[in-house]
Every structure is written in C-alpha cells, then in structure tokens.
Write a new protein. Structure first.
Length: 325
C-alpha cells in the first residue's frame, strides 16, 4: 500500500512518525510519502530555512529536541549568538549550531542549482527515515500576514516574535498564483492508495499546500480515499496556536468546524473521512451530515503505541470509505 501524508509542523511530524510505526508493525508491504508544507519557509541571514520540513526530518531521524518541540537535540547556540551580535539575525529567532549546519548545506545545494525536491532527498538520505519527504512545491511561496492597517510581516515573525497575538486581517502566500506542485509531490498524490491529512495547523500548514494551483485538482481526482485527523480536541489545538489562525479565517476551534472547513470531496472539498477524538464524538453526526464519514477515536499521540494506533485508525477509516465506494 502506498500511503501519502500531507503534513507540516510539530503535529504533522508526530503523526508521520506514528504512521511509520504503524507500517513497521504491519505484516503488509507499505511505503510512505509525505507532501510537506513550504509556506513557513523563509530567508534568514542569507540561508533558506524550512521549518516544517526540518521538524519532520529531525523527528523521524530521532534528532528532534522533544522538550522544546523544535530544533536538534544536544544543540549549542554559539553561532546564533554571534550572528545576533553582528545584527544579522533577530533576537526572537534562534538557530542552533547543528541546525545551522542543515541550513548552510541546503542553501549551498540550492544555490548550486538543485531543486528543493532534490535537496530534500539529499537531506533525507543521511538517516533511515522510513519515509520520503517531498516539498509541496519547488517554488517559493512564503506566507505573510497582513494586519488591519496594512502592515505586512513574514509569518515567522508573527508566529515566533508576536506569538500570534498581533491582529491579522488575512494570510497571503507570496507567489502562490504562479507556483506549481513539485512533480514528486504530485506523483505521491496521484499514485497513492491512501491519502492522510495530518493533524497539522489547517490554515498555515495544510492551507498553503492546498492553495498551490494543481494540488486541489489532484486531490479531487485521486483514486485514493482521503482521511484527515482533527488538530482540535475539546475545542483547543493539540499543538501551537491554531486557534488564532482559525479565527482569522472565521472558523471555530472545533473538530467539526475544521472538517467542514476542509469540506467533503463529493461537494468540492478535500475529505472523504475525518477522525475526531473520543471527547468530540457528539460532533460526528454533524460531520457526516456534511458528507464526510467520521469516527471518534483516541487522538492523543502519547507514545509509539498510541501514535501507531491512531495511524491504524486513519488507514482503517480510509478502507471503510473505499468500501462504501
């Protein structure tokens, strides 16, 4: 079975790790491809930074700092401190020395003419990830926020410096209209037997992927069932500050509301199935009334067992959807 996951951020990284654990425990022959959000990417100190890709890369490699939730474990920050002293990087965004090594290597390969897809493949080859990571696009589509008075900030400044508290009128992805899906990402969607939408931020992790021209069309015509996992449990985001992002686009921080935001594939949306936490089981009838097959299962990924169980539930729902035809 070819499993393709659309993901970004810490929640996406942990879910992909759970999918890998499910595959490793399975008697069946599975492969995993991950279409990774690139909307969080940006340039800093002349280096190309890929926050979502690197979170997934480090998590799968066992290199992620689990306490902070980002960056490499066992980090030092001498270079970052020196860069701040020179005024090259802001004090609100710290890059660890090991992490900087990744950014320097990536930028060198990009400047040598390699595509982001090729660079992701080189980065992933260092460790036995058990999955293949594909940037959603090889084009730059960095996310910016626009405040009510028209000020524009890169998403990372709003998210990291302002902790998502600065009022936002809208999100914009620079260059999105001219962007195209990376060929390998598109192939991962069209060739999949199951497509899973990770419990990532619906607005700034999954949203930018869906806005790349051609991605929604590929999902609409994909032969694989598409099942999403709610990033909201009991009215609150599992990780990060998704509530602030959802508020900007007028969507409640509610498992059912996020499902309806994605929409049923039969009605022009992207979902065939949706998993909510047991705590949100009362939302299931409303989700199914919107044309999305829903199930309530435990969503908290506390360890390898619970993460693998969640992935198994997602795949099981995809098979149910396929059987329903």
């Amino acid at each position: 079975m070819k499993i393709t996951v659309i993901a970004g951020g810490v929640g996406g990284a942990r879910f992909v790790r759970g999918v890998r654990e499910f595959v490793r425990r399975s008697d069946e022959d599975h492969t995993i491809d991950v279409v990774v959000n690139t909307g969080d990417d940006w340039w800093l100190a002349g280096l190309r930074i890929w926050p979502d890709h690197d979170s997934i890369l480090y998590t799968l490699a066992g290199q992620n700092d689990e306490e902070r939730g980002w960056g490499r474990r066992g980090e030092s920050e001498r270079v970052s401190a020196e860069l701040r002293t020179w005024g090259v990087t802001p004090e609100w965004f710290t890059l660890g020395d090991l992490d900087l090594g990744t950014h320097i290597a990536r930028t060198a390969w990009l400047r040598a003419g390699e595509t982001p897809t090729e660079v992701a493949r080189r980065l992933g080859a260092r460790w036995d990830l058990g999955v293949t990571l594909h940037p959603a696009t090889d084009d730059e589509v960095d996310t910016h926020i626009v405040t009510p008075d028209g000020e524009r900030l890169h998403f990372q400044e709003w998210w990291t410096r302002h902790r998502a508290r600065l009022p936002v009128a809208r999100f914009e992805q620079n260059g999105i209209d001219a962007a195209r899906p990376a060929p390998a990402a598109l192939d991962a969607i069209t060739a999949a037997d199951v497509i899973l939408v990770a419990p990532s931020n619906p607005v700034v992790s999954i949203g930018p992927v869906l806005e790349i021209p051609g991605i929604r069309a590929a999902l609409a015509t994909a032969s694989a069932p598409i099942v999403g996992v709610s990033p909201i449990i009991g009215g609150a985001a599992v990780r990060g500050m998704a509530e602030a992002c959802l508020a900007v686009i007028g969507v409640d921080a509610d498992a059912g509301a996020v499902a309806r935001h994605y929409g049923a594939r039969a009605a022009g949306g992207v979902l065939d199935g949706w998993l909510v936490d047991d705590e949100d089981s009362p939302a299931v009838p409303g989700i199914e009334a919107a044309g999305i097959v829903a199930r309530a299962v435990p969503l908290w990924m506390k360890d390898a067992d619970t993460s693998a169980a969640l992935a198994a539930d997602a795949v099981a729902l995809a098979r149910t959807v396929a059987d329903l035809g």
